[in-house]
Every structure is written in C-alpha cells, then in structure tokens.
Design a protein around this ligand. Structure first.
Ligand code: C2O
Length: 561
C-alpha cells in the first residue's frame, strides 16, 4: 500500500476509535411532560395552577453532557403551551428551542410535541420553562447536566447535591392578571410571595415553623446547591445565615471559585455553589429577597427555607436569623457582578472573540405610547432601539426556512434612531415604533452588543437573555457607554460566560458572542412583564458552508398554528 494511503487509513482508524470513545457513554434520555391543572394551597388559600406532571416546581430533567434528550410534551390544559430549554444551546436544532411564534407554533390543547436535542459542550445547571404568555410562573423546573461519565468536576466533589428553584406565587390567577394589565396598558400586580422549591417558607403568612423546603446537612461535609431563579419579575438575593457560599458555576459554565456570603441571581440565571456545613450544629435560615434599585414596585417578601444539621440537633432547635439586604442594595449587587470570572482553564477555556464583525448598540428600556382605550390614555411599552417588538402569528423560524413573506423584515437597526442622554432624565415624548424586525448575521460572525439601559419613564435593570448562545460579559459600567473610553476597561481574558445578564440600572453591559449556531434566536428581557411589553428582538443566523454548519430540517411533526 502506498505510504500516504496507509497513513490515511491510520488516521481514519484513530478517528473511529476516538469517536467511539466519545460516544460510548452518550445515551438517549426519554422524558414525558404532561401539562396538567393541579390544585395547590399556599398563603392560606387554594387555587388551580398549570403544572408539569402535577408538580410545582416541575420535574428535574437529568442528562449528561453529550446525551440526546427526548421530551414528549402532552398538553392536557385549556391553554396553548410551549417549553423552552433555557440555556441549552440547541446547536442546529432551533426547531426545539421553544419560544412561541419565534421558533414554533404552540402545542394546542389536546395535542403534543416531541422535543429532541443534544447537549453539546455544556455541563451544569439550567432550567426549562413554558415560553408563552406568563405560563412559566408555574410551568418550570431544573435541568441538571452532569459531566461526561468519568469526567470530574473541576472542584472537590461535594458529598451531595440539591436543586433549589426560586419562584414567585400569586394568590390570584396569573393569566387573568397579565391579560387585564395588557388591556389597561398598566403594570400587572406584583406577586404575593417569593418561593423556594415551591414554598414561601416558615416565615410567611399562615406557615408553621416546619413549613417549606428543608436542606438536611451533616456537619463537616460539603454540599452543592444548584440554584435557579425561575421568578418572573424579580432579581433575588440569596443568603444562608452564618455560612459562606463558593460560586463554582453559572449558567452551565464553570467559574473561578468565588467565596461570598450573598448571591444575586436574575430571572433566567442559575448559580451552583459549594456550601460547607462548617458551623456549630443548629438550624439556619436560608432566604431570598428582591433587589430593585429603581422606583419600581416589586414583591418585597422574603422567601425562606431551613438549613438543618441532622446529626446533632432536633428540628425544634433555635433558628439563626439575619436581616436580608435592603431592596436597593446597588453596591452589593455590583460587587457580586464584578467578582465573577470564567474558569478559563486548559480544559475549559474562555474563547472570547478578540475582534468584532458586527458592532451593535442597543438601547433597552420601558416607555409609554398613547393608547386611547387604556386606563391612563397611555400604554407602557418595552423597547430596544426604539422598537417595540410585535409577535407574529407565524413563527419566524418557519417563515425564514420556507421563505414565507410578510412575517418579518430584516431591518432591525444596529444603533438607536435618536441619540440622547440615555441615563439622564430622558426625552419625555419618545414614542416607540412597532414592528417584527430581525437582525441578520452571517454564520460565524463575531458580534458585540452594547446593552444600554435607557430611562424613558425611568432607568431600571434588565436581565437580558439570548437564546442559542452563551456570551461573554466583557464590560459593564454606570452611566452612558462611551465608545472612546469604555472599551479600554474590557476584560477579554476571563470574562464571565453566560446566557442571561443583568444590565445595571442606569448603566450598560457589553457582551460578545460568535454566531456559530444557524437559526432564529430570541433575545429579550427575562422580566416577563418587560417581555410582554415588547422588550425583545430576534437574530437570524445564516447557515455556514458545511452540512455541520446548517440548520437541520424541521421535524416531521412540525406544529401548525
Ligand atoms: Cu428563559 Cu426566552 O427565555
């Protein structure tokens, strides 16, 4: 055999062995999500809520990196439903991403849909949630992605792990609340309580001291908490009395270990922490409380749970309490945001785009438009670059794939139409324009987006979430972004990598990502109230040249609207 041929054969053989070694442990995991109504009692009253499999929060979806996940969602409720796998990159599989009218038609009452995706290059904690109207208030749960079999965590293995899902509870029916608010053009009622794993906890109205989530620990051991903020509208501080927490991962990306006594988690974010049970035996209060440093009304209740040293004390032992930080604790929030760094190790490098092909500047905010039929004669609207996004009735992904005209236009502006002092008192009469516009990106373009908080009514923080990608948070500042001086402050070495980032009140955040995932990808504020008001936009990412850079064909059971 000629030399080059035998070499080629060897390469092919080695590749096969490698491929086998990699794929040998990847398996297909099957889940069935029955969306059903269920009666639940909280805060001294009972109501019927939407759930998956009768649970609130819903079931945890477990997988390993590399696994194929099949979830059959069956809709048994009188509402349209979709499920989004928040943070799962969905490489080339945007058909299964989940946002209604962006990538799919809703699953109508009585029908079902099979989500089918592979978890590639991610490990850690994410969440799944309904992605239509406000259904995610109760239709949500954890996604736990374990490392590949035999691959250790890049930190000492914990003794045990626990999922901690943070949420919000309304005594009234949630869809009624938001529908009414949208009709009247005003803000919806705030929630009545924050919840930890579905419960307001022992300090809430009507609770007994034993109520709610209890985390049992043995003295001397270390635990990993997988904390998820599944609340609709509130950034949350998280704290355990007397204990330090070490952040090791956020949004399914490993971080440099960061030791702190308080966490800040925005809706849509996840945080894995190590907790050493190193205090004297007892019961300690775990609590969540809101962060909001703008004149915006939020649910100011403190959700609670108990950390309990099992080997030494009775359940009746005295509880160690503490005072939650004040709502407007900007300094605590900034310190936490500034302290997180990517692990950036040899195994888990931070591949930050060094150059920028598409430089975008997005003003994000909330404004008011005239509305003769609304209660104040005005309607509150969300905007990006002065555009209020209008949901189409045909999903954008279908319209893009099948070239259906009239659904969207490709003229989403790279910069805002008006320049003004974005974080000053604001132009009083800036009306927004309505439209279903997308920003088109070639495959593999490197993209920088400056997210500039803009005060039209008032400045306010916004947890911005991008579907289909992780991004690097290369910069952050207060006031207006300056193209002259701000870039010199960027961290291009080990910035935090995530899928959701809180843009500070009256400030800006710079993110970078590589458009290496063809498809249609939603970007929006993860405060559900702001999404409802239109603070959202869409990126369309073109196919690359190779089949491996191309969106897969639609599923056979593609839903029609
Ligand atoms: Cu977690 Cu588009 O959302």
């Amino acid at each position: 055999m000629p030399r080059h041929l035998s070499q080629l054969l060897l390469v092919v053989m080695v590749n096969c062995v490698l491929l086998q070694a990699l794929s040998v442990h990847a398996i297909t995991r099957h889940y069935k999500f029955n969306v059903v109504m269920r009666k639940m009692s909280r805060l001294c009253s009972t109501k019927t809520i939407l759930t998956v499999n009768g649970k609130f929060p819903g079931p945890t979806l477990y997988a390993r990196e590399g696994d194929n996940v099949l979830v059959k969602v069956v809709n048994h409720v009188p509402h349209n439903v979709t499920i989004h796998w928040h943070g799962v990159r969905q490489i080339r599989t945007g058909w299964y991403d989940g946002p209604a009218y962006i990538t799919q038609c809703p699953i109508q009452p009585g029908s079902s849909f099979l989500y089918n995706f592979t978890i590639t290059g991610q490990r850690g904690t994410l969440l799944w949630h309904a992605h239509i109207n406000w259904l995610r208030a109760t239709v949500h749960g954890a996604i736990v992605i374990l490392p590949k079999l035999g691959v250790p965590y890049p930190f000492p293995a914990p003794h045990k792990e626990a999922v901690v899902v943070l949420g919000e509870w309304w005594k009234a029916d949630i869809e009624t609340i938001i529908n009414r608010a949208m009709q009247l053009g005003v803000g919806p009622n705030i929630s009545d309580s924050h919840t930890i794993n579905g419960h307001p906890g022992p300090m809430s109205d009507c609770a007994s001291s034993q109520d709610g989530f209890k985390l049992n620990v043995e003295s001397g051991k270390t635990y990993m908490l997988r904390i998820i903020n599944a609340a609709l509208n509130d950034d949350l501080f998280f704290k355990i009395a007397g204990h330090k927490l070490t952040v090791v991962e956020v949004d399914a990306v490993y971080t440099k270990p960061y030791k702190t006594d308080i966490l800040l988690i925005t809706p849509g974010q996840t945080t894995n922490v190590l907790l050493a049970a190193d205090q004297s035996a007892g019961r300690y209060l775990l609590s969540i409380s809101p962060f909001m440093d703008a004149p915006v009304q939020v649910d100011n209740t403190t959700g609670t749970a108990i950390l309990h040293y099992t080997n030494t004390v009775s359940a009746a032992a005295r509880l160690t309490l503490f005072k939650p930080p004040p709502q407007n604790a900007t300094l605590i929030a900034s310190k936490f945001a500034d302290s997180l760094r990517s692990l950036n190790s040899k195994e888990y490098p931070a591949n930050v785009p060094r150059t920028v092909d598409h430089s975008l500047f997005f003003t994000i905010g909330v404004g008011v438009n005239p509305c003769p039929n609304c209660i104040n004669g005005t309607r509150v609207v969300g905007t990006i670059n002065n555009l209020t996004f209008v949901m189409p009735s045909t999903p954008i992904l279908q319209a893009y794939y099948y070239n259906i005209p009239g659904v969207f236009t490709e003229d989403f502006p790279a910069t805002p139409p008006h320049k003004f002092n974005y974080t000053g008192s604001g132009p009083k009469n800036l009306r927004t324009m309505n439209g279903t516009r997308v920003y088109r990106l070639p495959y593999n373009a490197s993209v920088q987006v400056i997210l500039q908080d803009t005060g039209i009514i008032s400045t306010e923080s916004h947890p911005i979430h991008l579907h289909g990608f992780n991004f690097f948070v290369v910069g952050r500042g207060i006031g207006n972004y300056s193209p002259k001086t701000s870039p010199s402050t960027f961290n291009l070495i080990d910035p935090i990598e995530r899928n959701t980032i809180g843009v500070p009140t009256g400030g800006w955040t710079a993110i970078r990502f590589r458009a290496d995932n063809p498809g249609v990808w939603f970007m929006h504020c993860h405060f559900e109230v702001h999404t409802s008001w239109g603070l959202k936009m869409v990126f369309v990412v073109e196919n690359g040249k190779r089949p491996s850079e191309t969106l897969i064909p639609p599923p056979k059971d593609l839903l029609q609207c």
